[in-house]
Ligand binder design. Structure first.
Ligand code: BES
Ligand code: ZN
Ligand code: ZN
Length: 491
């Protein structure tokens, strides 16, 4: 799909195009339109109950007196503070409504929006048009996307086009993350994940791949224990972006990358086990953030650590009751082989702080179903040992519509990690499951300023009610952390 900028009016939209207009709730006003378009829109509004509510879409087919094949009116809800997000959702709803409609060209009219916000509309269109079609061979023609071109019409197309460059690069990073999450687990196992991240060296990232031999030498027995029942080799990726002053401590992002979580010997039930292909979404978010930072040549040093394993049951698999010695030296009693994410993170976080002495560490993981039970689909769970970091993450999330809700690192639950034979065990009570998992992870951050995002709720909205997210992988975390870095760690 091609993005263009211009300054056409609805009157001059092409024959095969659909022209889209947006309205804020309670402000449905056609006075800025001219000629026959005004009459056509006015009539349609009179006969429909269009109020401009968020997500409301009204289509006018072949309106009399104008060339365009359709006019689409899109509601974006009440006028709020963030007009950029409103324009993204405008474009998103329009694309969702028309993607497979047969229309080839979508012309968006953004009125007197700033060039930055006009660019946001183009970005919203790109996100909404994302598809993961790699494995479809018999798609019906009427299900194929028909939109080839999205043109944003604005007062200053030149400045909008310039502003769009950065957003287009972010859209690429999000698509990269969504692709990883969408891939089936027979294709995307740890070594293949590593190859795809290595291909990002073209952006200027430096990628190191550590295999089982090196991980054994480093003493990462916790991470290795999770993968030991799999025929696929476990991998740890170190991805570096050095865009800041030499010697400045990096920001660190650590991702859970369980390419498939069967539960191991503590086998999961069959129902919905397929969703465990996206148990690597934390690692995919980290890969996406590094892509985004390199894509815009961020003036910051950052490192991404991806713990990639497959959690499978076989004769070599770890058992409930096994005790392993993690890289930190702390021993872990495995009670459930299905509480494996925290075990992977324990070594990945310890390695990260030990080698890089980062300014701050943020981990992302699909760690618990409990976080999803608590928060639904819109908010990911946030935990942090530093109030200012939590606050800045929440702010960045609001600006990018990737929302976070903080939960407590409740000390009263620490005793649930007590083991009768080891330093700690990997399973507590079901009550407060997301908190217990976060407390486990905290044992391996060694006092470094840290935040933990349990992104289980937000990875895979299906069906999706988000305007810029198709059903399936959202790519959650990429926009959020890219913004967080830009707003807090770059001058
Ligand atoms: N990968 C799962 C968490 C998960 C659940 C992700 C649902 C996405 C959707 C994780 O490894 C897991 O199995 N967690 C257990 C923890 C329990 C054994 C303490 C869970 O949430 O049930
Ligand atoms: Zn699990
Ligand atoms: Zn898991």
């Amino acid at each position: 799909m091609q993005i263009e900028f211009g300054s056409d009016s609805l009157e001059s939209a092409a024959h095969d195009a659909a022209g889209a207009l947006f309205f804020h709730e309670g402000q449905v006003d056609v006075s800025t339109l001219e000629g026959p378009a005004r009459g056509a829109v006015q009539r349609a509004l009179e006969t429909a109950r269009f109020k401009g509510a968020q997500g409301e879409v009204l289509e006018i087919l072949a309106p009399a007196g104008i060339k365009a094949a359709r006019i689409v009116l899109v509601g974006v809800g009440p006028r709020g503070e963030d007009e950029g997000l409103a324009l993204e959702s405008f474009a998103g709803y329009a694309v969702k409504a028309l993607l497979t409609s047969g229309v080839r060209k979508l012309e968006l009219f953004v009125g007197d929006a700033s060039p930055e916000n006009a660019a946001r509309a183009a970005f919203g269109a790109q996100l909404a048009a994302y598809r993961f079609d790699r494995y479809r061979t018999t798609g019906k023609p009427e299900k194929q996307p028909s939109i080839q071109v999205v043109k944003v019409n604005t007062r200053d197309p030149g400045r909008a086009r310039a502003a769009h460059t950065a957003w287009a690069s972010l859209a690429d990073a999000i698509a990269f993350s969504r692709d990883l999450i969408s891939e089936p687990p027979n294709i995307l196992y740890p070594a293949e994940f590593a190859r795809r991240v290595q291909a990002l060296e073209r952006l200027g990232l430096v990628v190191e791949v550590l295999g089982e031999k090196q991980l054994t030498e480093l003493g990462m027995n916790a991470l290795l224990s999770v993968g030991q029942g799999s025929r696929r080799e476990s991998q740890l990726l170190v991805v570096r972006w050095d865009g800041g002053p030499e010697g400045q401590a990096p920001l660190a992002f650590v991702g859970k990358g369980v390419c498939f979580d069967s539960g191991g010997l503590t086998l999961k039930a069959g129902k919905n086990m397929d969703s465990m292909k996206w148990d690597m979404a934390g690692a995919a978010a980290v890969a996406g953030v590094m892509h985004a930072l390199a894509g815009r040549r961020a003036r910051v040093n950052a490192v991404g650590i991806l713990g990639l394993v497959e959690n499978m049951p076989d004769g070599q698999a770890q058992r409930p009751a096994d005790v392993i010695t993690s890289m930190s030296g702390q021993t872990i009693e495995i009670i459930s082989t299905d509480a494996e994410g925290r075990v992977v993170l324990s070594d990945a976080l310890w390695y990260c702080q030990n080698r890089f002495e980062p300014r701050v560490m943020v981990d992302l993981a699909t760690l618990t179903g409990a976080s999803q039970v608590a928060l639904g689909v819109e908010y990911a769970a946030l935990f942090s040992n530093t109030a200012a970091i939590a606050a800045s993450l929440v702010e960045a999330g609001k600006a990018e519509d990737e929302l976070l809700w903080q939960l407590p690192l409740s000390r009263r639950l620490e005793n649930q990690l007590d083991s009768t034979v080891a330093d700690l065990k990997n399973l507590g009570e079901p009550a407060g499951g997301a908190i217990v998992a976060a407390l486990f992870v905290q044992r391996f951050v060694n006092g470094v300023p840290w935040a933990h995002l349990d992104i289980t709720p937000t990875v895979w909205p299906s069906p999706s009610t988000f305007p810029t997210v198709p059903d399936g992988a959202r790519g959650f975390g990429v926009r959020l952390l890219n913004r967080w870095v830009a707003d807090n760690y770059e001058d």
